[in-house]
Design a protein around this ligand. Sequence first.
Ligand code: COA
Length: 227
Amino acid sequence: MATIRVSPMAEGDIPGSVAAIQAAFAEDPYTHWMFDMSKYNAQRNAASLGVRCRWGMRNGLFHVAKEQGSDEVLGVAMWLKPQPANQPATWYDWFEDWRLWFNQLGMNLYYGRGGLNVKRYYIWKQAQETAHSSVWTDPRGYYFLNIMVVSPKAQGKGIGRAMMKYVTDRADLEGMPCYLESSRDVPNMEIYGRFGFRFAKELLCDDDGTAIKLYTMVRDPDGPSTT
Ligand SMILES: CC(C)(COP(=O)(O)OP(=O)(O)OC[C@H]1O[C@@H](n2cnc3c(N)ncnc32)[C@H](O)[C@@H]1OP(=O)(O)O)[C@@H](O)C(=O)NCCC(=O)NCCS
């Protein structure tokens, strides 16, 4: 395999990033719990991810992996920057939150919900908040890996490691912890363990007995193995 290059996501990377995310999550337990797959609308999902990518390019640390000399997106990582506890939101954050909200509203009006189970969306949000309140003990906040995917055809070749190192090196330099939520225990907990993450807490999303579990993991600065 040619050398892998990791770079900040650009507008032209959005279609390839969306395709990589949709392919990697096609069989994911979270997707199948959150969406009624008989009503799933891939176009609506792509528009929603596009809105999220544009928000992340301005506010997060969203990056892509490609082979040297190729424009094909093989991997995507979406990180959120640390949010210190008790730090009030700035006017810019406030504006960006509303901008995201209006863009999502416009998309929902145009496409409808596309199979998204809104009740479950709020169950997930609540479970996430509960987990954060017990796992996020560092008041400086965490680099939060929201999504990381490698196209199925390119998995297991070191692309995930290259993307991970891009942010964990920065976190180590700053002495900051990292955090993630994975929708699979096997094999992801082992994979993330190799990057220095340790299991923190299960995040149970229970819709009247139809439940899924997510797995939260934390990485201390200078974790053992992203070099
Ligand atoms: C999880 C994922 C991002 C990892 O990316 P990847 O490019 O496949 O991972 P890498 O090739 O860089 O491997 C990283 C390490 O995990 C190990 N590993 C890779 N696949 C593994 C597997 N199936 N089981 C156990 N270990 C594995 C590798 O040996 C490597 O360790 P090493 O460098 O110490 O030898 C990718 O597999 C993926 O997109 N999965 C589907 C989507 C998903 O579940 N994303 C995470 C939730 S947000």
